[in-house]
Design a protein around this ligand. Structure first.
Ligand SMILES: *[C@@H]1O[C@H](CO)[C@@H](O)[C@H](O)[C@H]1NC(C)=O
Ligand SMILES: *[C@@H]1O[C@H](CO)[C@@H](O)[C@H](O)[C@H]1NC(C)=O
Ligand SMILES: *[C@@H]1O[C@H](CO)[C@@H](O)[C@H](O)[C@H]1NC(C)=O
Ligand SMILES: *[C@@H]1O[C@H](CO)[C@@H](O)[C@H](O)[C@H]1NC(C)=O
Ligand SMILES: *[C@@H]1O[C@H](CO)[C@@H](O)[C@H](O)[C@H]1NC(C)=O
Ligand SMILES: *[C@@H]1O[C@H](CO)[C@@H](O)[C@H](O)[C@H]1NC(C)=O
Ligand SMILES: *[C@@H]1O[C@H](CO)[C@@H](O)[C@H](O)[C@H]1NC(C)=O
Ligand SMILES: *[C@@H]1O[C@H](CO)[C@@H](O)[C@H](O)[C@H]1NC(C)=O
Ligand SMILES: *[C@@H]1O[C@H](CO)[C@@H](O)[C@H](O)[C@H]1NC(C)=O
Ligand SMILES: *[C@@H]1O[C@H](CO)[C@@H](O)[C@H](O)[C@H]1NC(C)=O
Length: 560
């Protein structure tokens, strides 16, 4: 009876609405209904974590206790009444926030396989059976697109999964779908908007991975950063972001900007969840030789064990005040005040604060064209390499010139309203990363991050980390590939004048817009940074104090 009832409700309610999207077919219902009925009969004492805040540990404990299955986490059609976990949550809010460009049609099948393995007593790892979303520039060899937000790459096929995607699967994670991004990771135009792509539209506030993770549209998400693209969307979405050292996690088959700066990292609701995901994606990969520079080889630090309340005890932490002085705008008063209050929390947690550990080359760096020149040169070379690796390249694109010509002639790319000025500048400079002019430029650029920047300050003052408001944190570590962890810090208060960025007028600051604090350290110092970030997070728990303007309502208890 229960079977028929569930099925009838599903077909009646969903066949025209959700099932006709072709995302998840309702026929899967019949395959799962009996097993779940049996499972729920034997389980009497379950709690169902609120999916807006559910941690990996809470979800794994429910899976282990048989309270719900991985299929319950993803399936939308099996269920009675209202609706169903993560896919249903995506359907609730996506028409407003546009965070998820597409769902994986195989998600339920994969979840079923993982549930079966769990039943058999075989777990692939501590995150077995949890759904994640990944940014649309991380390649997967499945039915999902890897477009970097551009029609230029629609239906392009990679030769295999990216190493990162393969690692997620090996660890038992379910790739639930792809998250929208600023097109080409925000490396096309000087007058486009953050979070916009031709393929996926405009994300509500910032890139899809950040929105998705905050709204509990998956257990967590992966982003990529060249300069700011993990930590900024994490900050404005009130979540934790880890930008790993370049080379800690493989970039093989991730649509590139720069081999010297690109890195893939977790965006999650807690430091510990982010650490768990970092543990999965880190490690050497012969297909990305920057990973071979890692001091760890296959013996990674235990990033999860690093999550200790004592993480700040005995640490020496510097504040490069001159960076704040150079970049602070009038409206940022409450942000800087919150940062200064956080400094007291950090000191009270046992750290020694050393103020004015300035980045000596910051003012020159801030006005220099060298950092862009290095990215331009890497992009020309690295994009060509990526395109040459594709198994299917439907638009026959082999170079940045090709991609620019495609973009300027394909109406949905919104050219010229959104220009291609970044590429125009790169091609006009005419330098790629094998040109003789490149090496001196790169050395100049490194100086801004090394002796004249974050690495220099760390050494000179014998520091474990430096801290900054996240808005100001990322440009300097970017040029030397150094790591950053951002943690929620607060939000602009009522009365803040709304700040918009031209030309598309996206809101930069306004009452309720969140901001974060960043911990930055030497190369490969993630273990220590995670400890500090965790100790700060647990003492402040800012995330739970802020209010969203939109939230999905589907919960596991509606589903099971
Ligand atoms: C059910 O769980 C609650 C909280 O976890 C616990 O206090 C209670 O004793 C449990 N009841 C049974 C019957 O196991
Ligand atoms: C989310 O919205 C965007 C923009 O409308 C759309 O392109 C995308 O297909 C939607 N995703 C899902 C999973 O429906
Ligand atoms: C689970 O175990 C059964 C019996 O040992 C086996 O036939 C099946 O293939 C296993 N399933 C998975 C998903 O490992
Ligand atoms: C990686 O390989 C490329 C070419 O094969 C080489 O130019 C580069 O120096 C290598 N990088 C590292 C970090 O080993
Ligand atoms: C660091 O920068 C701050 C702010 O610009 C300035 O007041 C201070 O004198 C500088 N300290 C050093 C040691 O350069
Ligand atoms: C840093 O750059 C910003 C943006 O270009 C500029 O507004 C600001 O004046 C610069 N600050 C310094 C100290 O040069
Ligand atoms: C940097 O450029 C800004 C204008 O864009 C100017 O106000 C500032 O003085 C310059 N800073 C330095 C250190 O040259
Ligand atoms: C890089 O520049 C060299 C000339 O300096 C040229 O031979 C080579 O084709 C260029 N590579 C790419 C990918 O543009
Ligand atoms: C972007 O720049 C292009 C070329 O300069 C211009 O035609 C277009 O109007 C600009 N778009 C906006 C929104 O300012
Ligand atoms: C800010 O304004 C909102 C809406 O008017 C109100 O609900 C909230 O309580 C206010 N918050 C504070 C801290 O005053």
């Amino acid at each position: 009876m229960a079977l028929l009832h569930v099925g009838a409700v599903c077909l009646a309610l969903w066949s025209f609405v959700l099932c006709s999207t072709g995302i998840v077919q309702c026929r899967v219902l019949w395959r799962f209904a009996d097993r779940t009925a049996a499972a729920s009969a034997s389980v009497t004492n379950c709690t169902y974590p609120d999916l807006i805040s559910a941690t990996a540990d809470e979800l794994e404990s429910g899976l282990k206790g048989g309270c719900f299955s991985s299929v319950d986490l993803v399936n939308q059609c099996r269920l009675s009444r209202s609706a169903q976990a993560y896919i249903a949550r995506i359907q609730e809010v996506n028409s407003t926030v546009h965070a998820v460009t597409e769902l994986n049609p195989q998600a339920v099948e994969i979840a079923e396989q993982l549930d079966q393995e769990r039943k058999n007593g075989s777990l692939r790892g501590p995150l077995h059976g949890l759904p994640v979303l990944i940014k649309g520039n991380i390649a997967t060899q499945d039915e999902l697109q890897t477009t970097a937000g551009s029609y230029a790459l629609l239906n392009a096929q990679p030769p295999s999964d990216s190493t990162i995607a393969a690692k997620l699967r090996q660890a038992g994670l379910i790739i639930l779908g792809k998250a929208d991004l600023s097109q080409w990771a925000n490396f096309r135009s000087f007058n486009s908007s953050n979070g916009w792509s031709a393929y996926g539209g405009q994300v509500g506030s910032s890139s899809g991975s950040g929105v998705a993770s905050d709204l509990g549209l998956a257990f967590a998400a992966l982003g990529t950063e060249t300069s700011g693209s993990i930590v900024s969307p994490s900050e404005v979405n009130n979540i934790v972001g880890i930008k790993p050292t370049v080379g800690l996690a493989s970039r093989y088959l991730v649509v590139p900007i720069s081999e010297r700066q690109d890195t893939v990292g977790p965006m999650a609701r807690t430091v510990k969840d982010a650490a768990q995901l970092l543990q999965v994606i880190a490690g050497p990969d012969p297909k990305d030789n920057y990973t071979l520079a890692s001091p760890f080889g296959s013996n990674l630090p235990d990033y999860v064990a690093a999550c200790k309340l004592t993480g700040l005890q005995g640490k020496r932490i510097g504040i490069p005040r001159n960076v704040i002085a150079a970049l602070q705008e009038d409206y940022m008063g409450p942000y800087i005040a919150a940062f200064n209050a956080a400094v007291s929390v950090i000191a009270a947690a046992g750290a020694t604060i050393i103020d004015n550990t300035n980045f000596t080359a910051f003012d020159t760096f801030n006005n220099s064209t060298v950092p862009d020149s290095v990215l331009f040169a890497d992009f020309i070379s690295d994009l060509a390499t990526y395109l040459s690796e594709l198994k299917t390249n439907p638009n026959n694109l082999h170079s940045l010139e090709d991609v620019r010509a495609f973009t300027q002639h394909f109406p949905l790319e919104d050219y010229p309203a959104r220009d291609t000025a970044v590429w125009d500048a790169a091609l006009a400079a005419g330098i790629n990363n094998t040109s003789p002019q490149f090496w001196p430029l790169y050395q100049q650029n490194r100086y801004f991050g090394d002796e004249g920047g974050v690495l220099g300050a760390l050494k000179k003052y014998n520091l474990d980390a430096v801290i900054l408001p996240t808005d100001f944190a990322y440009p300097v570590p970017a040029v030397v590939g150094a790591p950053i962890v951002t943690v929620p810090l607060g939000a602009y208060p009522n009365g803040t004048a709304v700040q918009r960025s031209p030309p598309w007028n996206l809101v930069e600051a306004a009452p309720g817009i969140p901001f974060g604090i960043s911990f930055m350290g030497p190369l490969w110092s993630e273990e220590s940074l995670i400890g500090m970030a965790y100790a700060f997070e647990q003492r402040t728990l800012v995330r739970d104090k802020l209010k969203r303007y939109i939230e999905p309502h589907t919960q596991l208890k509606d589903v099971v």
